[in-house]
Design a protein around this ligand. Sequence first.
Ligand code: GDP
Length: 330
Amino acid sequence: MVTFLSGGTGTPKLLAGSDDVFPAAETTVVANTGDDIELGGSLVCPDLDTLIFLGGDELDRDLWWGIEGDTANTHAELQEIADRAGIDGGPRYLPDDQQTGGRRLARWRRFSAVAEFMHIGDRDRAVHLTRTGLLDEGASLTDVTATLTDAFDVPWRLLPMSDDPVATLIHTPETTMHFQEFWVGRDGEPTIESVEFRGAADAEPTEAVLDALSDPVVIGPSNPITSIGPMCALDRFRDRLDETTVVAVSPFVENTVFSGPADDLMRAEGYEASTAGVAEAYPFADAFVLDDADGTALDRPVVRTDTSMDTPDDADRVARAVASALEVAE
Ligand code: GDP
């Protein structure tokens, strides 16, 4: 058995071709939920959704989000109506008192549907409506995720990191915004002062997650701050990582990031934006997989391969390096 920790791009890329090395029936994937938002009354879980669509072989693999070939008629109409009415595109937060007054899981990240700032496909929206409907009927996010993975025939076990609300908030010199406003609404441009995982002190990993963390853990290439950070902000999650064998794949080649905002976020949190900084952010990691072109010297064992992943064959190659790293780490 093996447990992968996942954001929305790097670990999904690895899972897209790791089956020969890590059979799906013996694999659990734990997804970050700090990026989740409530949008127009529906809970959108970007990392869980990417994994559900990937596992169901429906993912748009150019974007690494959304369903391949999905239409977005409702989204376009929401933008069109706002445009005609002269309503500003947002992101449009619900008023402050409603940030903690509504559905508990959506705390601190509630946006209205008006002018919909995030692209939501039509079929994608049906997933969010089903998820939110089941939550409102009383199911936990863990239960709802199991229902959706059944519906999409996802081959691995998929777990949200927690059934409690944790919201990734970015503090800038001017204001505080949810990560989705920073990344989707503002292209990652605002200056980051610090990152907060609101709710984490009162949130717990689920028992299913804690069980899964007794198996060896693989952290695919991930943003250490906004994808793995929310998990590590849960004390019992972090304690388990200290106890179990952990292998991490670097999302950098030395100080060059493959994609996304990991470099700015790491610097803002006091880490070097590099493989060395990732190793510092993961003191619980027992071994690392680095790119052939990454000469970083680390204080823990390293296995090298070409870590760029564009195809399932690439993912298979990286998965083999992860398996070797697990052997030296154990
Ligand atoms: P998010 O949820 O989309 O923000 O992203 P993740 O937490 O999944 O992080 C993706 C990280 O993986 C980024 O920091 C990228 O630099 C890195 N990454 C993306 N593609 C690759 C790849 O093909 N190989 C490696 N080694 N890293 C990658």
